[in-house]
Every structure is written in C-alpha cells, then in structure tokens.
Design a protein around this ligand. Structure first.
Ligand SMILES: [Zn+2]
Length: 300
C-alpha cells in the first residue's frame, strides 16, 4: 500500500511534470474511482490549469484554475485540517475559476506519467495534459478522485492530524503524551499525525530502540524526541529512495522504489538484528504485525 513516502513521490512527479499545464482531456473507463459523475468531473476540471499539488498524509490535493497566464507561483499550501474549515462539503465544485481534486491511492492506486504507456484493463482514468497522458491504474479499485469545494475539506480529511513531516516536536508531544495506548498504535493513529504506516513505524521504533508495546508514559521526553526524529528521518530516507515497493506500487515511470533494501526489521522476522545479531521477532500490536529486536527494543 502506498504510504507517505510513495505519495510524496507522486506529488513531486505531478508538480514536476504537470504543474502549469492544462487538463485538456479525461477519459473515464471505470467511473467507480470517481466520487462524482464523470460528467461533473469533466465539466469542473477540463480546460483548467494545474496550479498546485499539495500532499497531506496520504492525500493529494490538486488545485486547478482558469488562469490565462503561464504558471504562477503557487500560494502557500493551506493546511487541510483544523476547526477553521467549514464542515459542509456539498454544493458547487466549480463556482468561480478554481477547482480542487483530492486523490487517495488507497491499496493499489498507481499514477503513470509516460508518453508511451500502454494501458491494460486495470487503467481506469486517462488524463490528457496538453498532449501528455497520465494514466491511473488500480487493481483493487479502492482509490478515489474526489472534487472538493473551494477551501473546504471533505469528511475523509477533516479528522486527520497534521502531516508527520510538517508537525514540530512540541505539538506532536502534546498530542501523544497523555495517551495510554501502546506507542505503536499511537504512531499509526492518523488523528495524531498523518502519514506513518506500518513499515515506517516499525523502522522508526527500531532506530529509536523503543519496544512497540511501550506506553508513552514510560518514555522520557528525550526518548520521545529521539523517536520523533527517527520517524521523520525514516520517512525522508524512504522518499529519497523512491519509497518501498511491496506488491503493486511503482513510481510514475513504472520503476519500483528501492527503500525495501534499507529496511532493518520490517518483515525480517528470524533474521539477525543488524545492530546486535539477536533474531528479529514479530508480535501483533493494534491488529498489525510488528517487527522488532527483543534486545535493542526492550519493553519498559
Ligand atoms: Zn538488536
């Protein structure tokens, strides 16, 4: 499943290749990946220029405008969460000249930006950006493209916390410190901070030497700070390596990410710990597989 680093790479690819281009065509082969009708989606987006691509957690928000000039500098990204956002996301999506498209790739969504891409039966949308085709492929069809009203966030995003790469330690600490659940579940809790999935949580806990079942109350502020830094650095490292490819995720050029080789504990049960040689163990925490070193990550 694409997680924050994979989605960040998609965001960068969209910015690099499509920002400033107009959407001149949209072929819908399977309308189920659209939240609105193909007709409304086309009516809202066609002819508009992609001005801005913003990522929050695993969500992408694309802003289109009817601007006549060349690409302008994107405005400062707006946070998609918080009480300042109006609750009502119904209404018109194309009032005025700006339109917003929210994308979530879910389990198996892939975006290809390749001139000679040959679509197979799993390609559901084909966007045309002034001659440059962009294919959306999704084997399990859980991904969603949703028009969202100007300045408002739909239900899917309102409950999620600040992005893990943007939140500062003090704010993160405040959101976490009073909670009683195991640290692993809190790191996975998208309401605290958005973007950490199972792979990166296991890797961050290992790097910080924290057992997945530890309660935040049993960790010092310095230990939590080390964990916070480990989580960010794992995400940044994974972004640099194009993400981690399991199953179906590949980047926009169809190449797999190579962060998998850098994983120290995730899905390495029974292999020696790279730090001390103890066998990596596996336990289920919060319904998810957790991989850790029983010597380096002692339960508090
Ligand atoms: Zn170890």
């Amino acid at each position: 499943m694409p997680e924050l680093p994979e989605v960040e790479n998609v965001a960068r690819a969209l910015r690099l290749n499509l920002q400033g281009r107009r959407l001149t065509g949209l072929k819908v082969r399977f309308g189920g990946v659209l939240s609105q009708s193909p007709r409304l989606t086309r009516q809202t987006l066609l002819g508009k220029r992609l001005d801005r691509v913003y990522r929050h957690g695993k969500y992408l928000l694309l802003t289109f405008s009817a601007g006549e000039n060349g690409a302008e500098r994107s405005p400062t990204p707006r946070q998609l969460v918080g009480d300042s956002l109006a609750a009502d996301s119904s209404g018109r999506y194309h009032a005025g000249e700006t339109a917003h498209l929210m994308i979530h790739l879910r389990m198996t969504g892939q975006i290809f930006i390749l001139e000679d891409y040959r679509p197979d039966k799993h390609v559901h949308l084909v966007f045309d950006f002034e001659g440059l085709p962009v294919h959306y492929r999704d084997i399990r069809k859980f991904g969603r493209f949703t028009l969202v009203e100007d300045d408002r966030a739909p239900d899917a995003i309102r409950h999620i916390g600040p992005d893990m790469l943007e939140i500062g330690f003090a704010a993160w600490f405040d959101r976490l410190v009073e909670r009683r659940a195991p640290i692993k579940s809190l790191l996975l809790d998208q309401g605290i901070a958005a973007g950490l999935g199972n792979i990166y949580v296991d890797e961050a806990l290992f790097r910080a030497g924290v057992h997945p079942l530890t309660s935040p109350a049993d960790l010092s502020r310095d230990e939590l700070k080390a964990l916070f830094r480990a989580a960010k650095s794992v995400l940044r490292l994974a972004i640099r390596h194009g993400g981690t490819t399991f199953l179906n995720f590949t980047n926009f050029h169809g190449q797999p990410g190579n962060f998998r080789r850098k994983l120290r504990v995730y899905q390495r049960t029974g292999e020696p710990c790279p730090r001390c040689g103890t066998e990596i163990a596996r336990a289920v925490v919060a319904g998810r597989s957790s991989h850790y070193c029983p010597s380096c990550q002692r339960e508090a």
